[in-house]
Design a protein around this ligand. Sequence first.
Ligand SMILES: Cc1cc2nc3c(=O)[nH]c(=O)nc-3n(C[C@H](O)[C@H](O)[C@H](O)COP(=O)(O)OP(=O)(O)OC[C@H]3O[C@@H](n4cnc5c(N)ncnc54)[C@H](O)[C@@H]3O)c2cc1C
Length: 316
Amino acid sequence: MPRRPVTVIGAGVVGLSCALVLAERGHAVRVVARESGELTASAAAASLWAVPFVERSERVREWAYATLARLRRDAGPHTGVREQEARTVGVGRAAPDPWMRGFTPPLRQARADELPPGYREGTVASIPLVDTSRYLPWLRERCAEAGVPIELREVPSLAGCAPDADILVLAAGLGSGPLAGDAALRPVRGQVALLENPGLTRTTIVRDGPLAPLFVVPRHDDVVVGGPAQDGAWDPRPDRATERALVRRAARAEPALADARVIGRAVGHRPVRPEVRLAAERLGGRDVVHCYGHGGAGVALSWGSARAAADLVEKL
Ligand SMILES: Cc1cc2nc3c(=O)[nH]c(=O)nc-3n(C[C@H](O)[C@H](O)[C@H](O)COP(=O)(O)OP(=O)(O)OC[C@H]3O[C@@H](n4cnc5c(N)ncnc54)[C@H](O)[C@@H]3O)c2cc1C
C-alpha cells in the first residue's frame, strides 16, 4: 500500500526533527507552523544535553541517549553543536539523585580550583551544547534539502488543517494543548540574557540558590545566562530586575562576566506535562500522532522522540 503523506504541525526543534526522521525514512512530509524562528521555545533554550522539567522514565533515558549519539555525529560549527565542558556547582551539598546519577555521561568531582568562590561542591562532564541560533536554521536547511516544505500559518484546529488523507504529527509545543484539548500541558517560563562573550569556553550550571538552576552557557557568538523557572507563568516580556539579578549571579560564578554587555534577551515557555505525550489517537476524524510536552528537555530528547513518533506513524 502506498504510504500516506504526513503533515507535521510545529517547527520548533521537536517538529523539525520529526519531519526530518520521517523524510529520511521515505515519507512525503510537510511542516505547518505559526512561526519557526525566534519566538519558539526552542530558540530560547541554551541548550544543553540535559533533562530538567520532564518525566523521569526509561523511555526518556532512551530518547536522550539516542539524541546524544546523533548530536555528536552532527557536531560542527555549521550545525552549532559542539562538545563542551560543563560544571555543575552548588553552595550546599547535592541531595542524592539516583536517577540523574545513572543518567549523566561520565562525570568527575570538580577540583577545588574549578569551583567559584563560595561554592562547596561540583561535578564536571563533557556534554554537547546545541547553539539553537545556528542549529534551528540548519534543521530548516536540512528540511529544504529533503524536500520538506515549511508553510508558515496558524492552525486554528486540527479539522481541515491538512488534506484528509494526511496523518498529522502534533508537535506544536505549548500550542498542542488547545489543538488536542489537552489541559495537562502548562508553561514553565524561563528568561535569558545574552551577554558578550569575554572568551569563556566552559558552561556553568548553579544548582541551588536564587534563580536556580542558573546556567551560564558560552555559545559561538555570545553567552546565554538564564534560569528562573516560573511554573504557570505566561508573561512573554523579559523582566529587567530579573535580568540584573541573572547577570549578577552569573558574574559570581564566572567573574569574567562582571563587565560583559547585555546584547540580547528572550523569554521562553517550556512545554511541561506530567508525561511527554507520544501516542497515536483518532481525533476529530483524523489520525494524529502526538509528540509534545518535552518540558525543559526538548533539544536533548529531540531525535529520540522523533524516531518514536515516526514508529507510531508507520503503525497507522
Ligand atoms: C530558558 C530555557 C532553557 C532551556 N534549556 C534547555 C536545555 O538546556 N536543553 C533542552 O533540551 N531543552 C531546554 N529547554 C526546553 C526546550 O526549549 C523545549 O523543550 C523545546 O524547545 C520544545 O520544543 P517544541 O518544538 O516542542 O516547541 P516550540 O519550540 O515552542 O515549537 C512549537 C512550534 O509549534 C508552532 N505552533 C504552536 N501552536 C501552533 C498553531 N496553533 N498553529 C501553527 N503552529 C503552531 C510554533 O509556531 C512552533 O513552530 C529550555 C527552555 C527554556 C525556556
